[in-house]
Design a protein around this ligand. Structure first.
Ligand code: SAH
Length: 461
């Protein structure tokens, strides 16, 4: 380790930046977040820097560099557009005992600035000793995704609770294991969602029951239509922190692979014509695992709140007094619409769209067919593959035009996606012809505006 990472106090400290162009701007973007007295010395400054000056984030001294400008500064950034001048400033600063950084000249620097993931007061700095800024940026992007946005709040809250914990647990190693248990290397965003009061309660109850095991928690997570790119950051964080992942048939393998290898994976989907786990069994399983103190992710295809029986699980969790949260996902209709390039609503045409199911508990689901048969009605049918002839018949009887465009999207957003463009009169036959087995949505009143990639690939091969 050639460079020592340290965090320097900036309160009541003067930092001077020489230069007013892009290089200076890049340094200042981080520096304005500190508490330092910031002075920019340059004959000209960019618009952005002048905006910061107006806001009072820094002072601008309009002049060219003189050696006396170094006096009294704790840190100096030589960031003018002139490399020779920057090297000279850094050299003079060093002679005066002031730490200097010269933009883009590592050999002239006393210190270099790391890439930062800023969740103040929590900071993660990433340095590669100047070897590979690209890798530092990639690591930063990765951590930005993983660390909850308000991690800083959690740190501030913990600071408030520390005195209380210290009083009760005077021994340092007891305190360390106490906090390790609270944070547990798990899904930190869960603690954040508990809010200030909830987190304080968790800490206090852990203090009053020191022997009690960690409490379980459940996240009902939307896995989206299949392509893992469409997961939310919260879903990824939940998966990373899960001990148990209870998943449905429609959750894609690629999404599952984002969970930890050591996690327990439990499949509760229905196998066509095979055994299926009842909803009651699933509910009991979730409660059982959470009561063991585990972090349970109940992973559902699409959005958990659309045709996902989430309400039944929510009720059970409420009754069992188990902390849970819901992470929404991209529903199949949204995924399919994006794939075919069709807007679900169109100004001046359809001001609503109906998401309906082809099946309900009694068999084919009855709907308000009259409304759905109107010329501008738009609907997306879930679980409608088996019911396609029934839906077609009902709509035609209620006066829908035989020419109504219908687009069927099977396996939307997945590599095996299929798109069938048809009309209401040919819907069921065309689906059979194309071998559509599902999962698929039937998009009533929608035409595909974009050539389907799988079709292009087929045409090419
Ligand atoms: N909660 C899910 C829906 C569950 S119901 C969501 O919000 O998407 C199951 C139905 O969803 C399937 O029968 C099918 O109609 C639809 N579906 C789920 N994933 C799909 C996909 N990748 N492509 C097309 N339809 C899909």
């Amino acid at each position: 380790m050639r460079y020592l990472p340290i965090h320097i106090e900036t309160k009541d400290v003067t930092i001077r930046v020489f230069g007013g162009g892009e290089a200076a701007e890049a340094k200042l973007r981080t520096l304005i977040k500190t508490e330092a007295r910031l002075e920019v010395i340059s004959e000209n400054i960019s618009l952005e820097i002048s905006r910061w000056a107006e806001q009072g984030s820094l002072t601008w001294r309009q002049k060219s560099f003189e050696a006396s400008d170094l006096t009294g500064a704790r840190l100096v950034y030589a960031a003018s557009e002139d490399d020779g001048l920057n090297a000279q400033i850094a050299k003079l600063a060093r002679e005066q005992g002031v730490l200097a950084n010269a933009a883009d000249q590592k050999s002239a620097c006393d210190f270099i600035t790391p890439a930062l993931v800023d969740r103040s007061p929590v900071l993660v700095s990433i340095g590669t000793e100047g070897t590979t800024p690209g890798l530092a940026r990639a690591l930063k992007a990765d951590l930005e995704k993983r660390l909850p946005a308000d991690l800083g709040k959690l740190a501030l809250l913990t600071k408030k609770l520390r005195a209380k914990v210290k009083k009760q647990l005077p021994n340092l190693s007891d305190r360390q294991s106490f906090w390790a248990k609270i944070f547990g290397g798990k899904d930190l965003s869960h603690q954040l969602r508990l809010g200030a009061e909830g987190f304080t309660n968790t800490v206090e109850s852990a203090l009053s029951n020191p022997s009690e095991e960690k409490t379980g928690q459940v996240a009902l997570v939307g896995a989206g239509p299949g392509n893992p790119d469409l997961l939310t950051i919260a879903a990824q964080q939940s998966l990373h922190g899960a001990d148990v992942i209870i998943y449905d048939r429609l959750v894609s393998q690629q999404v599952l692979e984002l969970g930890r290898r050591e996690a327990e994976y439990i499949y509760v989907g229905k196998t066509p014509n095979g055994p299926s786990v009842t909803q009651d069994d699933i509910n009991a399983l979730i409660v059982e695992k959470a009561r063991e103190g585990l972090h349970v992710v109940r992973l559902k295809g699409g959005d958990p709140l659309i045709f996902g029986r989430a309400d039944e699980e929510i009720n059970v969790l409420r009754d069992a007094d188990i902390a849970f949260r819901i992470v929404p996902g991209i529903t199949a209709a949204a995924g399919a619409a994006a794939e075919i390039g069709a807007s679900l609503t169109t100004r001046g045409k359809n001001s609503s769209v109906t998401f309906l199911t082809g099946h309900d508990t009694k068999g084919y689901a009855e709907q308000d067919w009259k409304a759905l048969a109107k010329p501008d009605a738009r609907a997306v049918v879930y679980m409608g593959v088996g019911a396609s002839r029934f839906i077609q018949g009902r709509l035609l009887i209620h006066g829908a035009s035989a020419e109504t465009p219908v687009t069927v999207v099977e396996n939307a957003t997945r590599p095996e996606e299929e798109v069938v463009s048809t009309t209401l009169s040919s819907l069921a036959d065309d689906m059979i012809q194309a071998g559509i087995k599902g999962p698929a949505v039937l998009m009533l009143g929608y035409s595909a505006n974009r050539a389907d990639v799988t079709q292009i690939l087929k045409a090419v091969s």
